[in-house]
Every structure is written in C-alpha cells, then in structure tokens.
Design a protein around this ligand. Structure first.
Ligand code: ATP
Ligand code: MG
Length: 465
C-alpha cells in the first residue's frame, strides 16, 4: 500500500554536528516534508512535545544527554511515545544498533549516510506510521460502533423486558377481570335460581295460609255442631223410644253408633292434618327467608328441616329404588348469626348432590339389593371443639369421589354430571357462602364406593367482613 504524504509531515533531525544536519536536510528535502532540527537531546524532547513530528532521526553520540537517554525520555512521555525514532549510528557499531532498538527505536541508519537508504527507510517508517494511525482510527471507529451496538442491544433488552413486564401485568389484570366476571356470573345465576325458587316457595306458603286459616277457624264450630246434632238424635230417641220400622232400618244401615264414635276421631285427625299443613307452610317460609342485607339469628335445624321438606319429593321411593332414609342426629346448638336463606342454599346444594349420587348407584343395583343396603343420608350437628362454632355434617353412602377429583369439586363449573343435570356451580357457591360470606369452612372426605361426607363449620357470632 502507498501512502501519499501531505504537507503535515514533519521530520525532526537531532544531531550535535551541523554538518550532519545539513547533509540529512539536503538528502530529505524535495519530498514535501518539513524539516525540524535540534542539536541536543533536551531541545529535541521539547520540540517533539510541541511540534509532534511524524518521525525523529536521532544521533546516538551527543553531549549532554545522549541519544539513548533522549529516546528513553521520549518513550516515557505519553505525548511523544508514539513518535517513531530512527537512530543514526556508525556502520560498525552493532552494540549501539541493538541498544537503540531495545530502547524502543524502530530502525537505525548508518553513518556515513547512504542517500537512497535514508530516503527509503524514512519513507518506510512514515508509511508504517500512517498505516498504524489509520489502523488506530479504524479501531477507534470499530470500538465506538461496538459501544453503540452494545448500547442499542442493552436498550433493546430493556425494551423487551419492559414489554414482557407490561404483558404480564396486562395478563394479570385480564385474568383478575375474568375471575371477577365469573364470580359475578356465578352470583347472578345462583341469585336468579334461588330467588325463583324462593319466590315460588314463599308464594305457595302464602297461598296455603288462607285455607289453613279458615279450616282451623271452622274446626271448633264443626265440633260443636256435631255434638249438637248427636245430642238432638239422643233426645229424639228418648222422646220417641219406638221410631217405627223405616227409621230403625235406616239407623242400622248408617251404623249410627259407629258413626257417633268415629266422627270425633275424624275431626281430631283433621285437626292434626291441618296442624301439619301449618308446619309445612311455616317451613316453606323459613326456607325462603329474605335476608340479603343483614345477618339474623337462625336455628340451623329449622333450615335443614325446611330444606329436607323442599327435597321430599326426591327422597321418596320411585320405580328404581326404595325411599332414601334420612337420619338426623341433632345436638343442642345455639342459633347462629347468618344469612339464613343463603345457608339453606348450601344445605340444598349438599343434599341435592347426595341424592344425585344415591340415584346414580341405584340405577346400577337391583331393588332387592337396595332393600338390604338402603340408601342413607345422615345429617349431624354439634358444637365444634375449637372456638365458638357449630359443625354440620352431611353424609351419604353413595358412589364416593375419586381421590384425583376431590381437589377439583369446588372449582367453578366443575361437574361430572351430564349436560342439563349439573352445571358445576353447587359446591362453588356453597364454598363462597360458607367461607366468604360467613368466615366458616367446608371440607370433604370421600371414599370411592363407600360414600362422601361434607363438613361445614360456621361461627356462632358473625365475623366482621
Ligand atoms: N355427595 C357427592 N357424591 C359424589 N360426588 C359428588 C358429591 N358431591 C359432589 N360431587 C361431585 O362434585 C361435582 C361438583 O359438584 P357441584 O355441586 O359443584 O356441581 P354439580 O352437582 O355437578 O352441578 P350443580 O350443583 O351446579 O347442579 C359433581 O359433579 C360430582 O362429581
Ligand atoms: Mg350440585
């Protein structure tokens, strides 16, 4: 590669002998280079520092500091250490040549000077110097480019991280909203279901009230009228001891004596029947209690009984199985502060699930087999050992739940039932009511093929939300 040297090329010639300086200047002029001269080492260093020559031709033997010392000082100074130095030494002086090179000189020129050799060596080292400069510049560019690239990469990485963080945040927000939406939907469906059922039940209870009222209020007069009529019949018999064949025949036909004994029994069984209808009506009202705003004191046994009453039609015997037996073991428990209507909803969901599983296994067993192993739902209540809570257990001897599924049964929309038979909301809602609304707990214990027991624990005193 050839370098075109411009005007800026300066060569510093250092020699104590003016004749030598003259010879060198004459040799090198005509190439467009500027010649600088110094006649001792100290002056040379000073000039080198401010004039920044492209090359220094340095004599070894000088008074004051010699060429080696001068070179050493030039190399020790940051400002001058990169300037190439060519020693000038006697032809035979090998020791000087080696020492000069060791001091950091790039080359040497032998005296007496050979013009062509001097020019060639100077050109070579100027060339090398400019190549080195160019390389350094390019290296500088490259380093800068690399730094810019690294900065860009790290910015990119930052942006990617930022993006990732934003995506994660947005995803979390979305899944929160989704969960919230699901909860709201769940609540809506359930509210709708329960309020429809509640309205129906409350309506029926209300409609029953009037007929119960007039049946009850007429019972006493009815009893009185019957007594009056029989009194009158007795008086007739006493006044007319021989009523004649037609009346005698009629008295025998209607079995007047039996009628007199049986009629009061019928009336008293009516009284019992009407009382029972009244109990049912009260139960229906208990079931459909409206208590959306405030918790009220509630007898859990009333809730369980009224729910059983609502489900009575499903407990009865049918074509595939005998009636499901319901065994209650109620202990004395205090009334608890709760949303009564909602608790009934929990009992309803748990009992409906128990009936579902008993229906399922009944389809796989014969009627006779079911008579020897009856379907049973056991409901027990009692006080919890820890703090002031009550425990309600609802147990069935149905199919049981596979252990792998037990952790999922409370999940939203988890069901193993056919479409139309189950939505997978029952237990989710039960847990929400027990845990979120009442600060209680609900757990399941189940053995496949043996049955399932749900345990609900509820605080007696309402917990502050
Ligand atoms: N007593 C039980 N015996 C056996 N499996 C049960 C019992 N209770 C619940 N399960 C299982 O848990 C699942 C979820 O019950 P959950 O009450 O939440 O929904 P579902 O009964 O399927 O439908 P829904 O109650 O909404 O009509 C049921 O599908 C069933 O597989
Ligand atoms: Mg259910």
């Amino acid at each position: 590669m050839t370098i075109s040297f411009d005007q800026a090329v300066r060569i510093l010639l250092v020699d104590d002998k003016p004749t030598n300086l003259k010879v060198l200047s004459d040799t090198l002029k005509g190439h467009g280079w500027t010649m600088l001269v110094a006649t001792d080492g100290v002056a040379a260093i000073e000039q080198a520092q401010y004039a920044q020559p492209s090359l220094i031709l340095l004599d070894v033997m000088m008074p004051g500091i010699d060429g080696f010392e001068t070179c050493q000082r030039l190399k020790a100074h940051a400002n001058t250490q990169a300037i190439p130095v060519i020693f000038m030494t006697a032809l035979s002086d090998t020791e000087h040549k080696v020492r000069g090179l060791e001091m950091g000189a790039v080359d040497y020129i032998t005296k007496p000077f050979q013009q062509k050799e001097v020019i060639a060596r100077v050109k070579l080292h100027l060339n090398l110097k400019f190549l080195a400069q160019e390389l350094e510049e390019k290296n500088g560019f490259l380093t800068q480019e690399m730094a810019e690239k690294t900065a860009a990469e790290s910015r990119l990485q930052q942006l990617a991280q930022e993006l990732e963080r934003k995506v994660a945040q947005r995803t979390a927000e979305l899944s929160d909203s989704l969960e919230h939406l699901q909860q709201t939907q769940l609540q809506l469906v359930q509210n709708e279901k329960m309020s429809a059922l509640g309205n129906l039940v409350a309506g029926v209870a209300h409609e029953l009230n009037n007929p119960i009222g007039f049946l009850q209020s007429n019972l006493e007069p009815l009893q009185d009228y019957i007594n009056d009529l029989f009194g009158l019949v007795k008086l007739y018999a006493k006044t007319f001891p021989n009523p004649g064949p037609e009346l005698t025949e009629r008295i025998t036909a209607i079995e007047l004596d039996f009628l007199e004994q049986d009629l009061p029994k019928i009336v008293s069984s009516w009284t019992i029947g009407i009382k029972r209808i009244e109990t049912i009506s009260n139960s229906l009202r208990t079931f459909s209690r409206e208590d959306k705003e405030h918790k009220v004191l509630f007898n859990v046994h009333d809730g369980l009984n009224s729910t059983l009453l609502i489900l009575k039609h499903r407990l009865k015997a049918n074509r595939t199985r005998p009636a499901i037996q319901v065994r209650t073991h109620y202990q004395t428990i205090p009334e608890i502060e709760c949303f009564a209507g909602q608790l009934n909803q929990v009992f309803m969901n748990l009992l409906a699930n128990a009936i579902d599983t008993l229906d399922d296994i009944s389809n796989t067993l014969s009627f006779e087999a079911l008579q020897t192993r009856p379907n049973v739902i056991t409901i027990s209540t009692g006080l919890a050992t820890e703090d002031e809570s009550i425990v309600i257990k609802i147990e069935d001897n149905g199919a049981g739940i596979d252990e792998a599924l037990q952790s999922r049964i409370f999940d939203h929309l988890f069901t193993t039932k056919a479409v139309g038979r189950g939505t997978g909301l029952g237990l989710t809602i039960a847990r929400q009511i027990v845990v979120d609304k009442h600060g209680g707990s609900i757990n399941v214990k189940s053995t496949l093929g043996q049955g399932t027991c749900f345990t609900v624990i509820l605080p007696v005193k309402a917990k502050k939300a």
